[in-house]
Design a protein around this ligand. Structure first.
Ligand SMILES: *Cc1c(COP(=O)(O)O)cnc(C)c1O
Length: 385
């Protein structure tokens, strides 16, 4: 263990996996061992899918071995013209753009909105060309995209809409689950996500009839012993990980509550400090307590994001610069423009200002005192003089 924290405590990381009781897991593992049914759409993965369809209020919820493969399969399902353009956000994990590329499609990056940092509908509208076939929007940090505006643009131009909902498990707008919006949504059940199966993912859609196609895409296109009917991939979730999911799902509510309480504490520490923008409250939105992002404007706050990051790190608190660098900074996408309604895309300004604070139920009072000390100390001294 690192002891760079003055108190000699273990470092506090930005996320911590939600894990079930080991005894409960052992019981399910024994059942799996006894049945010898360890993968290939086994009873536990089917049970998990049913629970998730109910939980997220969608007719189709298909479990996958990870979110990236789920996104690959979701894009494949849409049968977009080869080489066509998919408008997406650069403020995301690299997998979003990679999934577009792996499907033989071209990612086109559009600017984001202030505050939520979700894709900006006006920028999307500007990015549409005759080659555009879809919009791949990201509910980043658990904030929700402008779903109505995006759907309007899509309807006008005959585009598909697909959501990277890796950060948005359980989110809803005016009581309507985001999992049923657009043509499909992808969820990640990676250990860092609020609901996790260690590694895992899912496609949800608003149409019951999509389940069969997704089933084939998930399983090499195999229909029966003699027929392969689609160009599928191996996206199956195994029974051990499905068991983790079955046991974790009932724990999500308490973890969400703990994180909501932590959010209120962070807000209390940070509100009123000049130059800090907190994650906005969106009207009618039940967000996911996935991340606690901050935007730090050094000119007004007095210290930069990188200075705060370093000071926290020196105190054993490991925040993350999500998402920095952004996708267009990565080698495969370098030189791809960010279509914007501004002279300089907001992404280019904000990427050096974003910071996610540790956000899970193990952040305690000592951690909060340390974090408050780092954020308030010099700023208050500066305001006082
Ligand atoms: C985690 C994540 C993914 C990838 O999911 P995996 O399950 O790790 O493959 C994709 N997009 C976003 C925004 C993510 O945070």
């Amino acid at each position: 263990m690192s002891t760079n924290d003055p108190a000699g405590r273990a470092p506090l990381l930005v996320t911590q996996p939600l894990l079930p009781d080991l005894g409960d897991f052992e019981t399910l593992v024994k059942e799996i061992w006894a049945s010898k049914y360890v993968t290939n759409h086994g009873p536990l993965s089917r049970q998990l899918e049913k629970s998730l369809a109910l939980y997220l209020d969608v007719p189709t919820a298909m479990a996958f071995n990870n979110g990236t493969i789920a996104l690959l399969a979701a894009l494949k399902m849409l049968d977009l013209p080869p080489g066509s353009e998919v408008i997406t956000s650069p403020v995301t994990f690299a997998a979003t753009a990679h999934a577009v590329h792996w499907n033989g499609l071209r990612p086109v990056f559009a600017d984001v909105m202030p505050g939520t940092l979700t894709i900006c509908p006006d920028a999307v509208r500007k990015a549409v060309t005759p080659q555009t076939s879809a919009i791949l929007a990201v509910h980043v940090y658990g904030s929700i995209c402008e779903t109505e505006a995006l759907q309007e643009i899509a309807d006008e131009h005959g585009l598909k809409v697909i959501y990277d909902a890796a950060h948005a498990f359980g989110a809803a707008v005016n009581g309507r689950s985001i999992a049923g919006m657009g043509d499909a949504s992808m969820f990640s059940f990676h250990a860092t996500k609020l609901f996790n199966t260690i590694e895992g993912g899912m496609i949800t859609t608003p149409r019951a009839e999509d389940a069969e196609r997704i089933y084939y895409l998930r399983n090499f296109g195999i229909k029966n012993e003699e027929e392969v009917v689609d160009i599928g991939i191996n996206g199956k979730l195994n029974e051990l990980q499905a068991a983790v999911g079955i046991l974790n799902l009932p724990l999500v509510a308490a973890e969400t509550e703990a994180r909501a309480a932590l959010r209120a504490r962070y807000d209390g520490i940070l509100e009123g400090l000049p130059g800090l923008t907190l994650q906005p409250v969106q009207k009618g939105v039940r967000r996911t307590e996935q991340y606690y992002p901050l935007i730090i404007d050094a000119a007004r706050y007095g210290r930069s994001r990188d200075e705060i990051y370093d000071e926290l790190k020196a105190a054993g608190i490991f925040a993350r610069k999500y998402f920095h660098p952004v996708c267009t900074d990565f080698e495969p996408y370098r030189g791809f423009p960010i279509i914007s309604t501004l002279g300089t895309p907001l992404v280019e300004t904000v990427k050096s200002q974003v910071l996610c604070l540790p956000f899970h139920s193990s952040v305690d009072e000592d951690h909060l005192a340390t974090i408050a000390g780092v954020f308030r100390r010099e700023t208050l001294r500066r305001i006082a003089v």
